[in-house]
Unconditional design. Sequence first.
Length: 537
Amino acid sequence: MRTFGKVVLAVFCTMFVLALMANEMDGDVLLVPKAATPPTIDAAIDGAWNNVCWTFQRSYGNSGTPPTDATDLTGAFRVMWDDNNLYFLAYTIDDVLYDNHANVWENDGWEIYFDADNSKMTSYDGVDDQQMRYEHRDVAGADADAGSWVTKDNLVFVNEDVYNGYVLELQIPLAELKLPAEAGHEFGFETQQNDNDGANREHISKWWLLEGDRSWLDPSLFGTARLTDYGVSELLPVHKAPSAPVIDGDLDPVWETGSTLIPQNSYTNSGTGPDSFEDLQGSFRLMWDENNLYGFFITRDDVLYDNHANVWENDGWEIYFDADNSKLTSYDGVDDQQMRFEHRDMAGTDADAGSWVDKSKLVFVNKDHDDGMGYNLELAIPWTEIKLTPEIGAEFGFETQQNDNDGANREHISKWWLKEGDRSWLDPSLFGTAVLKDYKTAVKEKGVVARQFGLAQNYPNPFNPTTTIPYTLARTEKVRLAVYDLMGKEVAVLVDGIQSAGSHEAQFTATNLTSGIYFYKLETSDQVLVKKMTLVK
């Protein structure tokens, strides 16, 4: 196994507090953000991946017992899309990697399941229901197992070993999945992780299915994912708060509706990564208003230690700012700074911050998790102490660092942006960039679709000669939208086929029709809606 080097070991979002994953889900639907630029397929967390949270495998099926511990098998993935491809990044923690079984499904690897029209049929249709298998030993698209219609040479992927497992990154053309490049489109989706420790496959993990192993036979068992227009890029989005959170260490609902969960993305300053997600993992949320920057920082850590003489070697968080985002290679003593909040700190005056900061104005709470496996840090920092004028579109240098001490010296640090080394405290040019954005709205930012069947009034109305007809579907299904004259004669068919759940619009142009009243009718297998419109020439 390769040593910890080119590929950084990823930190996971917490799997124990499911509410913290809400930014990735709309009810039972996995939300897939849209990439501003495509990632480099090299098994490294780069670019927009920094701002996409992990989704955990949540069950073990097809085995009498679960893995022995987290190092025996743990899995998580990230997924994005653009107009051309679906991108998938998966991380496997596994203390034994095995690739030599005659049955390909019994080797270490990942399987990904798709049903492009989300039909939930109980058997594969041979059209757009399929399973793709990427074994740990695979090195090229032609090595992958996929549907008979798939051009496997178009599948681009890399498997790269890391300290205690491996990372799989891949790019699948939407055309190979028969997926439309359309925000709001829902499709059947499932992931499976195979584990072999030297004989036969011992365990499989699933994202969606809780029991059994029939995904390869029954697409109705897949979960559902949705392509959204929530854009992700290298800029860290900080959304304006719908209301100010209460600084008490608890995750108020405003955090879930007004912010995005962001992961720590690398372990630096150590020869190896932590043994598992129980050893150290971190994630955070940010919001802002006219007065403060708000932060909610989540630590999962099986040992919390606060008694080192060097403050930076205690468990805690460091937050870095460069208000004018100048990217200078040394601190300017004006608006480049680091603030340190140790786990043991109880009040603003305990924090370490720039000499110009009025620490009494820093409001924060450290609150341990009930299971003793970590803590939350919630804080409010006045903009006056950061030296930034808050306004939509303002960019500033930003970095986070999580310190971990298990009883002696600091063992690990995790970072949001920096991939290697530990020079953030010396060099602001190494910070990432954050940007202040408007309120995080459900439709615009999360791609939430209407869960009802509806037909809206066309606009404009009256019209000449073109108008738009909006409608919504509660589920993916076959739909027909047609236009009729006063005598009931069909004069145009605007839609006739399967469409995804969500909001849609159809254009109607009446160049060859005479002025008068017309009707438009929306039909599915079990519902019909009709409205009238007026053509005036």
